[in-house]
Design a protein around this ligand. Structure first.
Ligand code: J2J
Length: 553
């Protein structure tokens, strides 16, 4: 029987039964899928991180050791732990340790700081937090202790790297490294999760004041990985390059690191997608598939054009997604990088659309693909929820065997984000073409997509409202040639007040907000533009900032 965690919204019983009957859900854990490859190819390389190279057997042993270490620290199956680690073999070993014990990782991003980590720990009632020692000049151990001070459920801080010499920590610090090298006692048979058990909590792209958590079960996540493996054609010859933060759904499971492990392939991890090192690594390791956001694809293309860093031709597929790839950029991938482009339009909430590797070039260049599963249900609807004809833009709704029916512990938000029939309203405006492929045409959610990193407008506005003299605040997307969008903040002020961009940045820094959410431009207006019904008119502001930028050019 599955471990019950309060606040999880299950699929309706009859739907679950249908998914099991159809074989979408197989009742197996993520770990068991990888265990098969460990048996089959113990001495093949599974993971490369700098000078560390781990075979399947070694990675499996390290994750078993790590699993036992977590259990010895009284972190129990079903407990949540906030996981914030840079791309590294330790990230993978620890994530697998969680998947093998039923401990649930909350997939924080490396850029998150006190504000986000505190919220994630508190919403999930985490019993531990895992951080790196530092990120450049930021001491993450100190931040983890601040989180522990705020969130009483946190009992342990696990550190990747050097422990701090904090004499009176709120929660004891333990070295992650100490747990990696004593395999032996852990047995999968004792802990193996069922298919219905929670595997991990992913972060939502966020349109709300604070990010929501997405529950992914073993059944649904295994299916997600298997479908993506099939479409992206992963096999034991695949050499996968992970450069985006691994806690994102895309590089983790679409098909990503898990896909490579399921298929018996090899994953190479880099801490960043900086072009010189990434392109060199592709050559040196014989990388066949890499995953990037459009902004990174652009830097790789420009770098390769200028420096011809990549001399080999191993790269077979470049997966690009997370934000809208301009068609002109899409057209340059294959000519410059020599790899087939695969556009991916996905979401941590579930639904993954992909172009197929053998699609017509027109489809690959101009669309964001179609669902990876025959069981994915798609509806494109107008304002009143009526289906629109193909070729007409509409709001994308979806249901399916790897699209959960509700966020974790968020009943009020669920009532808005899901229809009574369980459709998830993605907030994306899409056009479905007659051939079934989707084109992302915009969105009706209040979010800024900064090169694939999602920023909730409301979250930023809430900080602006804390500043004296701010009457109204509106965070809107402004166009950016590299990132696609950046955040521009519009403010109207009460008389006699003056507010600068620095003031806004200061208050957000004080609160410990991730840097990528900081507004990059401030526009002060006498009056906020409003719609006929008196709502703040963000469309008018997006147009206004577009014109201002054009005038400055
Ligand atoms: C336009 N918008 C896109 C695309 C995502 C694979 C790929 C991406 C994500 C992801 C993911 C887009 N064109 N190609 O989890 O597994 C925007 C949409 C979507 C939101 C989801 C994966 N690809 N988007 O980006 O949960 O607005 O997942 O609803 O971070 O990103 O964001 P996220």
């Amino acid at each position: 029987t599955p471990l019950s965690i309060e606040g999880v919204v299950p699929w309706p019983d009859e739907v679950a039964e249908q998914y099991r009957k159809a074989g979408y859900w197989q009742g197996t854990s993520i770990g068991s899928r990888i265990a098969g490859q460990v048996e089959r190819r113990p001495d093949d390389e599974a993971l490369v991180d700098g000078s560390t190279r781990l075979t399947y057997r070694q990675l499996w042993d390290k994750s078993a050791s790590c699993a036992q270490y977590l259990l010895d620290l009284s972190i129990a199956p079903g407990d949540r732990i906030v996981l914030q680690l840079p791309n590294s073999w330790e990230f993978v070993a620890l994530t697998l340790a969680c998947f093998r014990t039923g401990i649930v990782p909350v997939m924080a991003l490396p850029a998150h700081r006190r504000h986000e980590l505190t919220h994630l720990a508190s919403l999930s009632e985490a019993t531990a937090i895992v951080v790196a020692d530092t990120d450049r000049d930021t001491d993450l151990r100190r931040i983890a202790q601040q989180v522990a001070a705020e969130v009483p459920s946190i009992r342990t801080v696990l550190v990747h790297g050097e422990l701090s010499n904090d004499a009176t920590p709120h929660a004891p610090e333990r070295a992650l490294a100490a747990g990696m090298d004593t395999p032996g006692r852990f047995t999968d048979a004792e802990y193996e999760p069922t298919g219905a058990d929670v595997a991990c909590l992913l972060l939502s792209g966020g349109t709300t004041g604070l990010p929501k958590l997405i529950v992914r079960t073993h059944d649904d996540y295994v299916y997600n990985v298997l479908r993506c493996n099939d479409v992206t054609e992963f096999d034991s010859d695949t050499v996968y390059l992970g450069t985006l933060p691994s806690s994102h759904n895309f590089p983790l499971a679409c098909p990503g690191i898990l896909g490579a492990l399921f298929a018996g392939g090899r994953t190479v991890m880099l801490p960043s997608p900086a072009p010189e090192r990434a392109l060199r690594t592709i050559d040196a390791e014989g990388v066949t598939v890499a995953t990037v956001v459009p902004a990174v694809a652009q830097t790789w293309i420009e770098h390769q054009r200028e420096h011809h860093t990549m001399t080999g031709t191993t790269l077979r597929v470049l997966q690009v997604g997370g934000s809208r790839m301009p068609d002109e950029l899409a057209a340059r991938v294959e000519p410059v990088l020599g790899a087939r482009l695969q556009q991916v339009f996905g979401m941590a909430e579930g639904l993954i659309n992909m172009t197929r590797l053998d699609d017509d070039p027109e489809v690959i260049t101009n669309t964001q693909g179609r669902p990876v599963s025959e069981a994915d249900e798609i509806a494109v609807v107008d304002e009143i929820g009526e289906p629109v004809p193909d070729g007409t833009p509409g709001a994308l709704l979806t249901r399916g065997p790897y699209t959960p029916r509700g966020y974790f512990r968020a009943p009020e938000h669920n009532a808005k984000a899901f229809t009574p029939d369980g459709w998830y309203a993605s907030g994306d405006i899409v056009v479905r073409r007659a051939d079934g492929n989707l084109v992302v045409a915009g969105r009706d959610k209040d979010m800024i997509n900064r090169g694939g990193e999602k920023i909730s407008a409301e979250e930023v506005e809430n900080f602006a409202y804390q500043i004296d003299g701010v009457e109204m605040a509106a965070a809107v997307a402004m166009p950016d040639p590299r990132l696609g969008e950046k955040l521009c903040l519009y403010l109207s002020l009460t008389e006699g007040h003056d507010v600068t961009l620095d003031d806004v940045v200061a208050i957000m820094n004080e609160a410990g907000v991730a840097r990528f959410k900081l507004p990059e431009r401030l526009v002060i207006v006498d009056q906020m533009p409003t719609t006929k019904v008196g709502k703040i008119d963000k469309k008018a502001m997006r147009e206004d900032i577009r014109q201002r930028l054009a005038r400055e050019d």
